[in-house]
Design a protein around this ligand. Structure first.
Ligand code: FAD
Length: 458
């Protein structure tokens, strides 16, 4: 390994290489757990990434790329012999095209910085998620991140116009398209979006911006029946003139814990079956507020909702979102497992009934769960506790959650990816032919298997 370290050091400035104890120490984080790599390279340019990968490729040394390390599926855990490639020094916002509404960034740029830079110019980068202060654009691209506004603007795939990627052997593929339309052959960026660092290292990207939306209306509402959740979504979609930007549902099992925040009174009493956080983004502050209120009144009249609280200020809006984002409150269920799945809305009640019955039968005294999710995107998050941290028990819980998705055409991963965590269950959501094609692509682009080994496909 020393020989490799010597070669890597020649590509980088002294601050670009961290080895030994200091590297192991830096790998200590909640999302990495068992990461034990003792070499971290911190390039500043695509050219350096290319040189580093050439060295690792020639020596057959595996490389694990890390962005903000906020991933939820152990996608950037590195083993002792791996080289960690960190994008933390590639954070530049290179340019903004206000007319074409694009931003060109290095892959280590932090999501929140990108959002704020766009906002300064009256523009919007719509991707938004709880880890915005640490997650990077490269990580967002590599996981095809979703988040809170997918219903309006799509996932990271829809927000990425161009990409620069370095392949395992150091080849630079610069596909920095800035146009909405470009059908010149295969659109190669889609190969790398969502590939979780297994097909190439994303070094730069062209992001699609939108107009900043000055009017934001947010409400928390109570829904009594699951069918009304779907009906409310349909009428919000149709009745709010395309402005619906979030439709976040919390089952009471989640809301009753998440709404208990020190110093804050729950805006609506817990105990109802469902709570929905509805938000619109628009450009006409007065008109949007009026039509939002009219929509809520109509929903009350039609008995789609039975109670509602409307945010009247920025602080009130933040308070409503703080409940939705209060994932820490789930620690009350410890030991627990968190799942990110998707399935069509009409399948959700049957699915949840089935897995709950299985859990109750197997762990009658210790089973507890909480459910919430981006329902408008067919995405549920499940917090399941059966009272044990044992890996064998966790496996039994996973089997129940994932196997019931198979017959319903659901997905074992809605937005977090596969990483190490869901690798053994990929076949529940993908056919043999699909997995075989994934393997062919992997071996074509990374014949020595040095990029993020063991992740996604194993
Ligand atoms: C509080 C919280 C809330 C979250 N909410 C959401 C949410 O609503 N929606 C959602 O989708 N996710 C969510 N996440 C998960 C996470 O934030 C996203 O997956 C995010 O996109 C990861 O970005 P990152 O920079 O931290 O990537 P990392 O965790 O560093 O890496 C994730 C994966 O991408 C690979 N990778 C990273 N950078 C690159 C690169 N430049 N080139 C190639 N491969 C790379 C890594 O090898 C790894 O496989 C949340 C996480 C937290 C902690």
């Amino acid at each position: 390994m020393q020989e490799i370290i010597d070669s890597l050091s020649k590509v980088l400035d002294p601050g670009g290489l961290i080895v030994g104890e200091e590297a192991v120490e830096q790998q200590k984080s909640w999302s990495l757990g068992a990461s034990t790599a003792s070499v971290i390279v911190r390039p500043k340019t695509t050219q350096q990434v290319s040189e580093l990968l050439k060295i690792c490729h020639a020596a057959g040394v595996s490389v694990v790329t890390q962005g903000g390390k906020t991933g939820m599926v152990r996608g950037c855990v590195a083993a002792a012999g791996d080289v960690v490639l960190s994008l933390e020094r590639m954070t530049a916002i290179e340019s903004i095209d206000e007319l074409g509404r694009t931003m060109t960034v290095q892959a280590g740029a932090v999501l929140q910085t990108v959002q704020e830079r766009a906002e300064e110019l009256g523009l919007l980068f719509p991707l938004d998620l709880g880890a915005r202060g640490s997650a990077t654009i490269g990580g967002n691209i590599s996981t095809n991140a979703g988040g809170n506004r997918v219903i309006r603007y799509g996932m990271m795939r829809e927000l990425t116009l161009g990409l620069e990627v370095v392949l395992a052997d150091g080849t630079i593929i610069s596909s920095m398209n800035r146009m909405l339309k470009n059908n010149a052959g295969y659109d190669l960026k889609h190969l790398f979006i969502g590939s979780e660092g297994t097909l190439g290292v994303v070094t730069r990207a062209v992001l699609r911006l939108r107009s900043f939306m000055p009017s934001q209306n947010t409400a928390l509402v109570v829904v009594q029946e699951f069918e009304a959740l779907a009906g409310l979504l349909k009428s919000a979609d149709a009745g709010l003139g395309g402005r619906l930007s979030a439709y976040e549902v919390m089952w009471n099992s989640y809301y009753e814990k998440a709404s208990q925040r020190e110093g804050h009174k729950a805006p609506l009493e817990p105990g109802y079956p469902y709570y929905v956080l509805i938000e619109t983004l628009g450009s006409d502050q007065q008109g949007d507020a009026q039509s939002f209120e009219a929509f809520l009144e109509l929903a009350l009249e039609k008995e789609l909702i039975v109670d509602a609280v409307l945010a009247k200020s920025y602080a009130e809006r933040e308070n409503l979102w703080a409940i939705r984002d209060n994932i820490e409150s789930m620690l009350a269920l410890w030991p627990l497992s968190v799942f990110d799945i998707s399935l069509s809305i009409d399948q959700m009640p049957g699915y949840l009934d089935k897995i709950s019955a299985q859990f109750k039968a197997k762990w009658p005294d210790t089973f507890a769960q909480a459910v919430f999710g981006h329902l408008g995107d067919c995405n549920l998050h499940l917090v399941i506790s059966v009272g044990s941290e044992e890996p064998a028990v966790r496996q039994q819980v996973e089997e129940i959650v994932y196997s019931a998705l198979k017959s319903r055409g659901g997905s074992i991963s809605a937005e977090h990816g596969i990483g190490l965590e869901k690798r053994d269950y990929l076949r529940y959501s993908r056919s043999e032919a699909e997995i075989a094609l994934m393997r062919s692509l992997k071996s074509m682009l990374d014949p020595k298997g040095i990029l993020n080994p063991g992740k996604v496909l194993g």
